[in-house]
Design a protein around this ligand. Sequence first.
Ligand code: HEM
Length: 356
Amino acid sequence: MIAKFQMPNNNTPEPQAVCDPISRSAIFLTLTVARGEDEAAAVREWCGEIAALVRAVGTRAPTAKLSCVCGFGSEAWDFLFGAPRPASLHPFIEFGSGERRAIVTPGDILLHIRADHMDLCFELASQLLDKLGNAVTVVDEVHGFRYFDLRDMVGFVDGTENPSGKSAANFTIVGDEDEEFAGGSYVVVQKYFHNLRAWNALTVEQQEKIIGRKKLSDVELGADVKPSCSHSSLTTIEENGQEVKILRHNMAFGRPGAKEFGTYFIGYARMPGPIEQMMENMFVGRPPGNYDRLLDYSRAVTGGLFFVPSADLLDALPDRTPAAAVSASPSSAPRREATRDGKLNIGSLKGTPQHE
Ligand code: HEM
């Protein structure tokens, strides 16, 4: 049985393309914004131009399903737009230690550009960055591709347990629990590099126990053989007895010549708590020490949490003035208690959860 939250009502603003279907290609851009008034004004202006650029590029090849999702980091939100701020937006929380660590890296704006053809992603990325000019610096750029039958770089089908349809919207789109930001979403990204030589030295059976599914058929391992430290076990979480899902659009990327083999993790949720709980389970372990063995072969080299405003709010952001903002901002103090109390903060959503 899957937890369902109260559906966004008819007046909920239009979300960005968070729940769009899986694509063949994607470009992930992480940007920082120069801390000046002119630069902030340029970014605000640009927010109102994104939708028109997506239309201009995408209409030339409608079947390629071009889309763009734009999110903002916690500190950037205050600097660019001020109060009010999204209720659950805070800096990315780090988990783990040593080699096995979910690190935070700089990032004010995230662009998740998707299409079935890379040329469209490339063209839109170029146009968006051209408009921003010197107001931003690109701190990370990943060009992702679908690998065979929706496999990630470790060779397993990725995305099977994603929610779909109305359920995807329920798990990812903010409702009346934060009325001013309804139609928005939260997104976590992490760029992972894999030690493929070591991974491929494992037997298929060993790899399957690490992921929790059969490699060829993608069928989930039976409860009698699936270890509690498998990736699928540790990322399956419940709140009040109901499973809480997130929506992932991971992509493979890499440069064989540089021996670089990676998976770009991108997960959307209605609030950050579920994704943070999954990361804690993976990096620290459930219980602590019972961590995700995928991390013995995969290293996170970036990490960021962003709020994705609704499409309607994104269009209206040029009219924001940040003056009232910064003093009340919690942005500099990571709210680790969001997961430390053992709750995902889902139950605090306004409106009683509805169950199937
Ligand atoms: C190295 C990076 C990662 C790789 C290669 C990877 C790969 C996979 C694969 C192959 C599956 C099984 C098929 C599926 O249901 O999609 C899976 C499931 C899943 N992963 Fe990951 N993943 C990665 C990182 C993460 C992270 C960082 C999170 C969350 C913070 C996460 C959350 C999930 C969830 C929620 C599921 C579905 C579990 C279930 O319901 O069975 N993954 N992942």
